[in-house]
Design a protein around this ligand. Structure first.
Ligand SMILES: [Zn+2]
Length: 303
């Protein structure tokens, strides 16, 4: 089957040709408990879109990609998601993937009064200057700001974030963009945006590179699909993923036992560009892929 036929197939047909454990993921997520516990992690999507003009009157309008973990830790944040948080909410920490304006906004960060801010060491001097300027302008305190190197493991209470290299680029050629492995108990989620596929070093650090034995499977995957099905022959393919990229990644990881989610748990897709997805988004996507939506809260459990 060629690539286009493969991608055009709807969910049920694709399942029959699925590889490894993928076919077990057909069912929709079980709606059991709705709160996180010691052994589960609550992820709230504060935004699931890419850069670009928002159309708030449109059903597929999406805020900039951002997530909240256990109501304590935020990854990426812009003013677009301010309405997703309760008044006066302050996270323990904000982690950034990179400095693009649809992920990082100094004023929005300062206004949240986070305890700590983590940014890649390759652009921390720029971030410190911008965060200090924003704090001065707003008359608010500057949080502690920490540099992240690829491979750094940062505990925030019982959640640990590991900085992984992403395949992405900003206007600063020296900036190493990041994505994250998020661990809590037996839950291991890869949050992969913005990135064109999973870079080898990231796979190795996360324990999901089949070259290396034994592996340490991930149990959850949240990955970007800036481009939709059949819309991925786009110049952004150097720095972003498509639905096809994610599907291939999931099939391979499942076949090699490096992705072992609880039964029925979807792979959640984020960072969807309005102009690069046919509507309705998610229509005819093969299982286990599912578009996340702004405000969606998912409880990830260990398998
Ligand atoms: Zn970006």
């Amino acid at each position: 089957m060629n690539r286009r036929d493969f991608l055009r197939i709807g969910g049920s047909a694709a399942l029959a040709t699925g590889v490894g454990g993928v076919s077990a993921l057909a069912a929709s997520p079980s709606p059991q408990q709705r709160t996180a516990s010691d052994t589960s992690l609550a992820v709230k999507f504060l935004g699931t879109g890419a850069a670009g003009k928002r159309r708030s009157d449109h059903p597929e309008d999406r805020r900039h990609s951002s997530i909240l973990l256990d109501k304590r830790v935020i990854i990426d944040f812009t003013p677009a998601s301010e309405d997703m948080l309760p008044e006066g909410f302050s996270p323990e920490a904000i982690f950034y993937t990179h400095s693009h304006g649809d992920h990082y906004n100094p004023s929005a960060a300062i206004k949240l009064k986070p305890g700590k801010i983590y940014v890649g060491e390759t652009w921390i001097q720029r971030a410190i200057g911008e965060l200090h300027a924003a704090a001065t302008a707003l008359g608010l305190p500057v949080p502690q700001i920490f540099p992240l190197r690829v491979g750094d493991r940062i505990p925030v209470g019982d959640i640990t974030l590991t900085a992984l290299p992403a395949n992405h680029a900003t206007g600063d050629i020296h900036e190493q963009t990041l994505m994250y492995l998020i661990e809590k108990g037996g839950v291991r989620i890869m949050y992969a945006t913005d990135t064109g596929g999973i870079p080898a070093i990231a796979a190795r650090l996360a324990g999901i590179d089949p070259h290396v034995k034994p592996g340490n499977p991930i149990t959850g995957l949240i990955m970007e699909s800036t481009m939709g099905i059949d819309l991925d022959e786009d110049f952004r393919i150097f720095a972003h993923s498509s639905v096809a990229t994610v599907l291939r990644t999931v099939h391979m990881l499942s076949a090699y036992g490096r992705y072992t989610p609880p039964e029925g748990q979807p792979v959640y897709i984020t960072h969807m560009a309005r102009s690069l997805h046919k509507e309705p988004v998610g229509h005819n996507w093969p299982a286990p892929l599912k578009p996340a939506s702004d405000g969606l809260e998912v409880i990830f459990r260990a398998p």
